[in-house]
Design a protein around this ligand. Structure first.
Ligand code: ADP
Ligand code: MG
Length: 465
């Protein structure tokens, strides 16, 4: 990138931050986050946007704010213009565009088929979503292994592969990884990846232009079909119907299907029973919420990428551990916080330390904060040491009880925001000085005794999980 280009992108990241605080998090996330500044030419800023719907909306509602924010940064523009990221997919565009789109889509696809050209109408693939960049841990190892197997295009052993899990846990990443791998090792196989929304869009277009023949021809001629976020077609009857027939036709021909959803097939409301049962035919694998180790691993691997983008900015392992502890299981949020830390550090020229991280990520940390209660702590600690809850708050002083009790007080001080007197009260009406003593005692022991340190750590993780 030219120096000027790099400068422009830097100002854009700064302007984005300002827009975020001016417009608020939600508006920012819904509209501004997905657009990218491409160039500034003749006093116009050109943005890349996902579709015309977003472009229209931004133009109508945020045009002035954007221009003004640029101005405050001494970049003087008087117009904002839009280009579309993916010209083949304009799900929200208005009527008058449709005939042209039809040319772009279906007839092109048909031509390419007739020409025996293997380019299929796949949705764009994210360059970063490869197997190399997928960090494997306990919560996702099965999904990863299954995806790898499919990408080898061996004999079809399970069909479909159904991947499911909450948002941001890596479903799309794994599907793109399969696609990249196949492109690399089996470039001649006919692989088609698209979201269920795209599937519906193409289906509706085919109906509208009476081109069901072309539609079927395309979808039934692939070697591997991947449909992301299948829950999207729930409640949409005719699309489901077509999906069902496509599915059957491909399975009959021994072609591989990979489908993802936000929950198990049986739990997707509004999906026909026959489809639910088809989806459960093959291998159903879920991506579990990430655990601490996986989050740390992911952070470590993403740091390498960020460090290349922001040379000279360092982040130590302590901060990564802090983030892995404190940020929820959604990997997208985890990644976003790292990006933000590096951007912030390079914009304001401040090293990344705990204070800075806490300040810069206050919103994220607040949401992710799990509210652990003193009751939970008492229960977990009692369970762990085979005691009764009543022992924990009793007046008994034998070592086997008093030590776990002190530990529970220590954890209450560290994991909740309750005051010392409040904690004392919950432990059978003890004085706050008793709590102070317990906290000191455990801190001391932790430093001397590895086993205690480890137990504290284990309990803390169980409570924070
Ligand atoms: P989903 O489709 O399940 O909502 P994505 O596949 O879009 O989630 O993942 C969200 C983000 O998190 C992406 O940027 C992806 O690269 C990243 N991500 C998720 N899981 C991992 C992982 N195990 N290793 C590396 N990056 C991951
Ligand atoms: Mg996804």
């Amino acid at each position: 990138m030219s120096e000027q280009g790099a400068g422009m992108i830097n100002s854009w990241s700064k302007i984005r931050l300002i827009l975020k605080s001016r417009l608020g998090k939600n508006i920012f996330k819904n509209w501004i986050e997905s657009i990218e500044l491409v160039k500034i030419e003749k006093k116009s800023a050109f943005f890349n946007v996902p579709n015309s719907f977003i472009a229209n909306w931004i133009d109508r509602n945020y045009r002035e704010t954007i221009i003004e924010t640029f101005k405050n940064e001494e970049i003087f523009i008087d117009d904002i213009l839009f280009e579309f990221k993916n010209k083949n997919s304009l799900p929200f565009s208005n009527e008058k565009n449709i005939p042209e789109k039809r040319d772009n889509n279906l007839s092109n696809i048909k031509n390419s088929l007739d020409n025996n050209n293997i380019e299929l109408p796949s949705s764009p693939l994210d360059k970063r979503f490869t197997f190399e960049r997928f960090v494997v841990g306990k919560p996702n190892e099965l999904a990863h292994a299954a995806a790898k197997r499919v990408s080898e295009i061996g004999p079809v052993t399970f069909n479909p592969l159904f991947l499911y899990g909450g948002v941001g846990l890596g479903k799309t990443h794994l599907m793109h990884a399969i696609a990249w791998q196949i492109k690399k090792t089996n470039p001649s196989s006919r692989m088609l990846y698209l979201s269920a929304e795209q599937f519906m869009y193409r289906f509706v277009q085919a109906l509208r232009f009476k081109d069901m023949y072309g539609f079927k021809e395309i979808f039934r001629s692939v070697d591997i079909l991947m449909v992301d976020d299948v829950q999207f077609i729930a409640g949409k009857e005719s699309t489901q119907d077509e999906f069902f027939h496509t599915f059957n036709a491909l399975v009959e021909q021994g072609k591989q299907l990979v489908i993802s959803g936000d929950r198990a097939p049986g739990e997707i409301d509004g999906l026909e029973e026959r489809i639910k049962s088809r989806l459960a035919w093959g291998l159903v694998v879920d991506l579990h919420p990430t655990d601490y180790e996986l989050r740390l691993g992911i952070l470590q691997s993403k740091v390498e990428i960020q460090s290349k983008l922001h040379p000279g900015i360092n982040i130590n392992n302590g901060i990564l551990e802090f983030l892995a502890h404190r940020i929820s299981s959604n990997v997208r949020v985890l990644e976003g916080s790292l990006t933000r830390l590096f951007a912030y550090a390079s914009l304001v020229g401040r090293p990344i330390d705990i204070d800075m991280a806490q300040e810069c990520l206050a919103d994220i940390l607040r949401i992710s904060e799990r509210k652990v209660t003193i009751e939970e702590i008492i229960r977990k600690v009692a369970d762990h040491y085979n005691l009764r809850m009543s022992d924990m708050i009793s007046a008994r002083r034998s070592r086997t009880i008093s030590r776990p009790r002190q530990l529970a007080m220590f954890l209450s001080k560290n994991l909740t925001s309750k005051s010392l007197p409040e904690i004392g009260r919950r432990f059978g009406g003890r004085d706050h000085t008793t709590v102070i003593h317990a906290v000191k005692k455990i801190e001391e022991l932790k430093n001397k005794d590895l086993q205690i340190a480890e137990e504290v750590e284990i309990l803390r993780r169980m409570l924070e999980a």
